[in-house]
Design a protein around this ligand. Structure first.
Ligand code: AMO
Length: 435
């Protein structure tokens, strides 16, 4: 039987013989003894001490199996327990040129991500991400939502043509999906409230710390709901995921030096800030936008909110803020227009506090056939390309709504890492498609 480091670092194991497998994380040789910091396959670390002769030939990242007696010694790093090694079996001796050391450029760490994901920082982030996915799934299951899977090879744009990845699909042209939304909309008629976790693809031409070309998209859709129901779902889900994750991953968050006191405050309800009010706040602070020709002007009603305005609006916030009721002119064709306020969409974005920016977008969908066709035409889309989607408005259309949440955006906020590329093990961006 093999143990992991975490299990044997306990009073119960002191004096017991254990076997443990892993990799040489650090190695220090003295005249008499060799000190090996062994990293197990879940990133747990324990010191193993050998008579110097037994550790000969070992190198960083060599894979080993150690048998020995658990010993308590306050000098032992990583928690005051160590293994007095009795035997060591070497699976593979890694060449001495292991490229990941203590100080490396971010670019090198990304070029060697297949190896740098063995670093403690990446292990901690990966564990936090796993908890976010786990608790997200659990929330949906416990609240009666059904998990579904939508295709990722599609024929139509959801979020605008500029970020579509085209691909040759046998003799046709197809695209990588930007969002499962349209498919989830089809599913609510027979499956009720549904959710999915699929990759979404965006040919983002800009290099930012918030955009990936491929991201994990958590999406949900339900029949007979309005904007307010959707926002409640979002705030409940996000609060649950955050509270559960910071409890389960306290150790990893501490390793990342993430002060979780503000995350503890993330409980429903979140503020609803009307879009018009958001513009007033920004104008009162002299906020300007950069126009296409590079000149600047005051932000005005009708402008979309970019990261700078999101940052300004949330810099002092402790909890996320929903910006509600964007003009339909800055939102896609499927957003329902408020019947009481022409031009205003029944839609909202959730902005994470302290400038982390948008993490969800959602709202009520346009359920009227002629309105949605008009909106498609205004956006320059050909309604014929959406024939199956329009059938949903034809056969038993109902008020409905949903949202999409970017997992990496949420993990970036929870972990407080600067670059979204570090929230995913193998990031895809404009300049990076390998490893
Ligand atoms: P939207 O395009 O706003 O809306 O995407 C929803 C959420 O997905 C995340 N996201 C991204 N994350 C990383 N890199 C990207 N390039 C990226 N683009 C988006 C963000 C964003 O809030 N179908 C609609 C949502 C809906 O109304 O249901 C949609 O996809 O967290």
């Amino acid at each position: 039987m093999y143990f992991r480091a975490k299990e044997v670092k306990s009073e119960d194991f002191v004096g017991k013989e254990v076997s443990i497998r892993g990799w040489v994380h650090r190695l220090r040789r003295q005249k008499e003894n060799a000190f090996v910091l062994l990293r197990d396959d879940r990133g747990g670390i324990i010191q193993c001490v050998f008579p110097a002769g037994k550790a000969e030939g070992l190198t960083i990242e060599s894979s080993i199996e150690v048998a020995g007696i658990v010993n308590k010694d306050s000098r032992a790093p990583e928690g005051g327990f160590e293994i007095k090694g009795r035997s060591i079996k070497i699976f593979n001796v890694a060449p001495a040129d292991y490229p990941i050391g203590e100080y490396q450029s971010d670019e090198l760490l990304l070029d060697k991500r297949h190896l740098s994901l063995r670093t403690r920082r990446m292990i901690a982030i990966a564990k936090i991400r796993a908890s976010v996915l786990h608790f997200g799934r659990r929330w949906f299951v416990e609240n009666g939502w059904m998990e579904v899977t939508a295709p990722t090879i599609v024929k139509g744009a959801v979020e605008g043509g500029s970020t579509l990845f085209k691909l040759k699909y046998f003799d046709e042209e197809a695209y990588l999906s930007q969002s499962a939304q349209l498919y989830l909309e089809a599913m609510i008629f027979s499956l009720g409230p549904v959710w999915s976790l699929t990759p979404s693809f965006r040919a983002e031409k800009s290099r930012t710390v918030r955009h990936l070309a491929e991201f994990s998209h958590l999406e949900a859709e339900a029949p007979w709901v309005g904007l307010d129901d959707i926002l409640k779902t979002e705030e409940n889900l996000v609060s649950y995921v955050i509270q559960s994750t910071i409890t389960e991953r306290a150790e990893e968050l501490e390793f990342l030096k993430r002060d979780v006191s503000d995350l503890k405050k993330v409980q429903p309800p979140f503020e609803r800030l009307p879009y018009g009010r958001a513009i007033e706040v920004l104008r009162s602070r002299g906020f300007q936008v950069v126009q296409d020709d590079g000149s600047r002007r005051d932000i005005q009603f009708g402008d979309d909110l970019g990261i700078d305005s999101e940052r300004e609006l949330t810099k002092d916030a402790e909890k996320p803020i929903f910006v509600v009721g964007y003009p339909i002119s800055v939102k896609p064709f499927y957003v329902k227009e408020d019947p009481q306020r022409p031009g205003v969409g029944l839609t909202a974005d959730m902005l994470a506090p302290r400038g982390f920016g948008e993490i969800t977008s959602g709202g009520q969908r346009e359920d009227d056939m002629s309105s949605i066709i008009n909106r498609m035409r205004k956006e320059g889309l050909n309604p014929d390309a959406y024939d199956w989607y329009l059938d949903l408005r034809k056969y038993g259309s109902v008020p409905h709504g949903g949202f999409g949440l970017g997992i990496e955006r949420l993990v970036r906020w929870i972990t407080n890492v600067e670059d979204i590329k570090d929230t995913v093990l193998f990031p895809r961006t404009m300049s990076r498609v390998s490893p």
